[in-house]
Design a protein around this ligand. Structure first.
Ligand code: NAD
Length: 303
């Protein structure tokens, strides 16, 4: 399999992703960086190349152009504005929707026939926009979705219980944003239901901590990027490794005609399918709230 990745947007997120790829074994063979600021892409490529002597991977890295997308396996879009203190992800919609048309159309014009992976916020709406402009099969358009929120949740629970986050099986679903929710009814630690470890009140506090994590980090260091960089690298390895792994990504919801965060099976073809989750009526209601928010934002853009 040709393991070629093109990253569009060489800012905090794009470069944290690239650095995470460099630290993976059996990572990509070729990594191409594109940014509206070509000097930045060139400088980042030079800097990353200087990691290769000590990286566990063999990789060709360069700054490139959209024609490099032609034979790419995955194109990752991390271009656009990030949240500033006091901004929500949805506040970024006008700035970021504006730049996506030319980005996605330029990728498609190269002859690209691989998988789009979107990181730019507001994530679920930007993933939908990528799908609309690319006219790709929705299985080949993936948003990072609630993968980062799920990673935050697993870390927080793991810390609290002094158990590895790898043994925490709990998912954040819905919008990657303020209406996201934890599907507590399905959560387990090891083999036991989460109810044997946490009280209702503790679960509510943890949910709030996950939701507010980005705001807190942005308040302290202006942006969040290592977490999403690792999530994007994990999603990429699930695709390139043809893993059939389950990750909470933003995937197409055919009933509602939009993209939203759900656990889904990922392999070399992109999204195989989303996994059915038996939600309680109150969780279903939270999912519906997320759907309504994403739908309203898309309708606002289309009108
Ligand atoms: P940043 O400002 O550091 O980087 C953005 C990069 O995009 C810059 O290098 C800029 O030159 C480039 N860019 C802008 N317009 C472009 C265009 N038309 N073509 C090519 N490149 C262009 O921002 P960041 O901190 O890296 O954040 C990027 C995006 O990722 C934001 O929307 C942010 O909110 C989002 N993000 C998502 C998650 C997630 O979980 N999905 C987490 C953190 C951040």
């Amino acid at each position: 399999m040709n393991k070629k990745v093109v990253v569009i947007g060489c800012g905090n997120v794009g470069m944290s992703y690239a650095y995470a790829l460099l630290n993976q074994k059996n990572s990509v063979h070729e990594l191409v960086l594109i940014d509206i600021d070509n000097d930045k892409a060139q400088g980042e490529a030079m800097d990353l190349n200087h990691c290769l002597a000590f990286s566990p991977s063999v990789m060709h890295i360069k700054a490139g152009t959209y024609s490099d997308c032609k034979d790419a396996t995955v194109v990752v879009i991390a271009a656009g504005s990030n949240q500033k203190v006091g901004e929500t992800r949805m506040d970024l919609i006008n700035k970021n929707a504006g730049i996506f048309k030319s980005i996605v159309e330029s990728v498609v014009a190269s002859g690209f026939n691989g998988i789009f992976l979107v990181a730019t916020n507001p994530l679920d709406v930007m993933t939908y926009i990528t799908y609309k402009y690319s006219k790709f099969n929705p299985n080949k358009v993936i948003g990072s979705g609630t993968s980062l929120d799920t990673a935050r949740l697993r870390f927080i629970i793991g810390e609290k219980l002094q158990i590895s986050p790898k043994n925490v099986h709990a998912y954040v679903m819905g919008e990657h944003g303020d209406s996201e929710f934890v599907a507590w009814s399905t959560a387990t630690v090891g083999l036991n239901n989460i109810n044997s470890f946490l009280t209702e009140e503790e679960m509510q506090d943890i949910c709030l901590e996950v939701k507010n994590a980005a705001y807190k980090i942005i308040e302290k260091k202006q942006a969040t990027y290592y977490g999403i960089g690792m999530c994007l690298a994990r999603i990429t390895s699930a695709i390139l490794g043809d893993e059939n792994s389950i990750i909470t990504v933003s995937c197409y919801d055919d009933d509602n005609k939009l993209f939203i965060g759900k656990p889904a099976i990922l392999n070399k073809n992109g999204i195989v399918k989303s996994v059915y989750v038996s939600l309680t009526p109150s969780e279903e209601q939270k999912m519906q709230e997320s759907i309504d928010i994403i739908k309203k934002t898309i309708e606002g853009l289309e009108n």
